[in-house]
Each structure stands twice: as structure tokens, then as C-alpha cells.
Ligand binder design. Structure first.
Ligand SMILES: C[S@@+](CC[C@H](N)C(=O)[O-])C[C@H]1O[C@@H](n2cnc3c(N)ncnc32)[C@H](O)[C@@H]1O
Length: 415
């Protein structure tokens, strides 16, 4: 296993080359021209980074703004490393959660998560792909993190650290629902590092029971918390924490707010009910984690299930509650068919219509355009479908309070 060290002057040369390439790309230069210009500057470096790699890193630095904000201007990536790199929001949360332990990140990729670990604690990364191991070290250097990086195989790493963290590589473009095909394989890692605390990223599509079943092949020794993370209302991650790292059996976390609900929160009884005046769509992350009743119990809200299907659970609630796991809507009117919807959309002064029901993606814009065509109002309508179509406007907590204060809460024009 080889520790990766990068000379300061090599770091500066490559960083300078990527910056220059970013400028050239922004000015419209093609790959060939950029590579030709950059090649000379890289002659004497002792790290495996070609002019083509610099070009790729430059393109990804431009793209990375979405995922890493201002940090992106400092970072290095290859294509696959970028796609699977942990977003800063998650990396920071995870590092803070594990900050009291020394950590070995045994599949560190481009080193984003590793860099954040290094901000808070002693952290070492291991990466099987040589170029990516160098990229990880470049990122650690760029971010002034203290983490060390080794080029090698996770299964050959002799760990002194307390926690083994792994965010494994997953097959491309598959909705993975099992641990098969993950590299390094989490079950084999758990077996090898059986005396360590484990923190693993797993495919978020796996429900909690399936995670437990997968680890049960190890004879029931590995038990822990399944933490489902939502980023801005979208299921994004599942982390498994073993032993004393676990705080409960199952949890759901919403980022950036940091709001959490867990299997230890007491459950409310939830019945099916009528579609009331205010609806609350539940973040699918909570439902997938099996924590819907716990969320309603924790928030202590007056709620019943208005409708649910495989993708959506919508509650009828009596008021708007401040929770990142809920999106509130005010029901404006209902319709039996899309043509009736179109008529009513005009009457209620709609302009935009977002479809909030399962629909063949190819038909989405067709239907939406038909509904929106000729609308001259100013309202943005969210159209749900259960046994009827339900037209709603979104309702924030602030709007709700204002409505309550001005006594306008008796507003449901029944069209
Ligand atoms: C999803 S990426 C990790 C991303 C990382 N968390 C980040 O923030 O950039 C997974 C990485 O595991 C590496 N890998 C796969 N099998 C490995 C093994 N046996 N030992 C070490 N690294 C491995 C892959 O090369 C890949 O770069």
C-alpha cells in the first residue's frame, strides 16, 4: 500500500494548468487546442496527470458549481469520480456526526468526504484507482485538510482507526436495491473489519428490513442504524452505522435543514380521511424509511391520509407546520377529468400547472402544455390526482400565518 504524497510545486503546476484550461474552455477553445496549450506546462511533474486529465478536470470544475458551490473552483475530478463524489452538504454532515472517532475511508474516490473527515478528526483514505488516489490527495491539499491518502485495496488495509467508512462504487444507471455489485462489497468489508465500528453508504432504494437481512448473513453480529437522507425533498442517501455509532434503528434526515425523525419518536395513529382544505405532501424519504407515523407523532399534528400511491403520500392537515419533511398546499378546486381541469384552471386564474401525479414522463409536457395553453392568470397550480384531480396552490408557513392573521382563512371559493 503506497502513501500518496504530492510536491507543493506539482500541486501548484497542475492547479495552475486547470485554472488556465477553465479560462480557455470558457472562451470556447476545443479539447485539442486546450490540450496542446497545457501539455508544455506539465512536463516536469511527478504525478500521473496528463493534459487530457487537466482538460477533463477543467470541464468538471465548471460543472461542479452545482454540487460544490464556490468550493468547486479549487477541486479536481475525473468523470466517474465527479459523478459519485459526495456533495459538500452531505460530506459536512457525515463528518460532524463521526467527529469523535478516527476514520479510515477505505473507498475514498476523489476524496471529498475524506477531506471533510480530515477537517474534524484523524482520517485516512484508501483508493484502488491510482489516478483517483492522486486526485483525492490533490483535493485534500486544495482544501487544506489533514487527511492522508493511500493507493491500494481496501481489503489489504491494516486499519488502526476506530471507524471504517466506505462509500462503495456502484454500477452505472441501475436502480440498485441490493448490495450485490457494490465495490468494495460492504458485507465482505464488515467481515474483514469485524472488530471496528462501521459507517457505510448503501443504495438508498433499499428499505430498512432489506439492509438488516443483507447483514444477517454475518450471523446477526452487525446491527445498526439505517439513516435515510433527503436533499431538498429528494431521497439521496442511505448510511448504515453499526455499534455505538447507531442512535436508533431507523432515521430520516433532511438537508440542509438538519431536521431528523427516528424510529424512537413516538408514533401517531394515522387513518385514511377526506381531502381537506390543506394538504401536506410527505417527503418520500420518510415514507420509504417507514417513519411516517413517527413524523406525524413527533410534529404532533392533526392529520389523516388524504391519498397515497407508490410515489406520493399526501396528508390532510388542519394547519401548516414548520417541517422540511412536509410541503403544504391549499386546495383550490377539484375536477373529474382533464378537460374539466382545463376549464377550472381558467376560472381560478392559473398560469402554470405542475403535474404532481404518476405519469409517463414522455407524456408529461404534452399534458402540461395542453392544460397551460391560453391561460392568462397568475397562479401556479399543483395538480394532484387521486380518484379526482385536485388543484392546489403551494402554501408556506409565512403565507399561512398571514392568512390567519388577516382572517382570510375562510377563502375556499368552491368552483
Ligand atoms: C463512490 S466512490 C467514493 C466517493 C467518495 N465518497 C467521494 O466523496 O468522492 C467509490 C470509490 O471506491 C473505489 N473502490 C472500489 N473498490 C475498492 C477497493 N477494493 N479498495 C479501495 N477502493 C475501492 C472506486 O475506485 C471509487 O473511486
Amino acid at each position: 500500500m503506497k502513501e500518496i504524497n504530492i510536491r507543493r510545486k506539482d500541486f501548484e503546476t497542475v492547479d495552475g494548468a486547470v485554472k488556465e484550461a477553465v479560462n480557455l474552455v470558457k472562451r470556447g477553445y476545443q479539447e485539442k487546442q486546450v490540450v496542446a496549450r497545457i501539455s508544455r506546462t506539465l512536463k516536469n511533474i511527478k504525478i500521473p496527470f496528463s493534459a487530457k486529465d487537466v482538460y477533463t478536470a477543467a470541464k468538471l470544475r465548471i460543472k461542479a458549481k452545482e454540487k460544490f458551490g464556490n468550493l468547486s473552483q479549487k477541486l479536481f475530478f475525473d468523470e466517474s469520480g465527479y459523478r459519485y463524489s459526495t456533495p459538500a452538504l452531505v460530506a459536512e454532515y457525515r463528518a460532524k456526526r463521526l467527529k469523535n472517532y478516527s476514520i479510515a475511508d477505505v473507498s475514498c474516490g476523489s476524496g471529498l468526504q475524506l477531506a471533510f473527515f480530515g477537517f474534524f478528526t484523524d482520517a485516512t483514505g484508501v483508493e484502488l484507482n491510482k489516478k483517483r488516489a492522486y486526485i483525492a490527495k490533490m483535493n485534500i491539499t486544495a482544501l487544506n485538510s489533514s487527511a492522508e491518502v493511500y493507493f491500494g485495496d481496501a481489503f489489504e488495509y491494516r486499519a488502526n482507526e476506530e471507524v471504517i467508512f466506505s462509500d462503495p462504487a456502484r454500477p452505472e444507471s441501475e436502480e440498485i436495491r441490493t448490495l450485490r455489485g457494490l465495490q468494495p462489497n460492504p458485507i465482505k468489508l464488515a467481515e474483514k473489519f469485524s472488530d471496528k465500528l462501521l459507517a457505510f453508504e448503501l443504495p438508498p432504494q433499499m428499505p430498512p428490513e432489506r439492509v438488516d437481512r443483507s447483514f444477517s448473513v454475518l450471523g446477526g453480529k452487525i446491527k445498526g442504524e439505517k439513516e435515510y437522507t433527503s436533499i431538498r425533498f429528494r431521497l439521496n442517501r442511505l448510511a448504515f452505522y453499526s455499534g455505538e455509532l447507531a442512535t436508533c434503528k431507523v432515521s430520516a434526515l433532511s438537508l440542509p435543514s438538519g431536521e431528523r425523525v427516528t424510529s424512537d419518536d413516538s408514533k401517531a395513529e394515522l387513518k385514511n380521511g377526506k381531502i381537506g382544505e390543506i394538504l401536506a405532501e410527505v417527503d418520500r424519504t420518510v415514507v420509504h424509511a417507514g417513519l411516517l407515523e413517527n413524523l406525524v407523532g413527533k410534529l404532533d399534528i392533526d392529520a389523516c391520509i388524504a391519498f397515497r400511491d407508490l410515489r406520493r403520500t399526501v396528508l390532510s392537515v388542519s394547519e401548516v407546520t414548520n417541517s422540511a419533511f412536509l410541503r403544504h398546499y391549499e386546495v383550490v378546486c377539484k375536477a373529474k377529468s382533464l378537460s374539466e381541469c382545463r376549464e377550472k384552471l381558467e376560472q381560478i386564474g392559473a398560469r402554470k400547472v405542475t403535474l404532481r401525479f404518476s405519469i409517463d414522463p414522455e407524456k408529461y409536457w404534452d399534458i402540461r402544455k395542453k392544460l397551460e395553453s391560453g391561460l392568462k392568470g397568475d397562479k401556479h397550480i399543483y395538480l394532484f390526482r387521486f380518484d379526482k384531480f385536485i388543484m392546489c396552490t403551494s402554501l408556506t408557513e409565512r403565507e399561512w400565518e398571514t392568512k390567519n392573521k388577516s382572517g382570510l382563512n375562510n377563502h375556499h371559493a368552491q368552483i
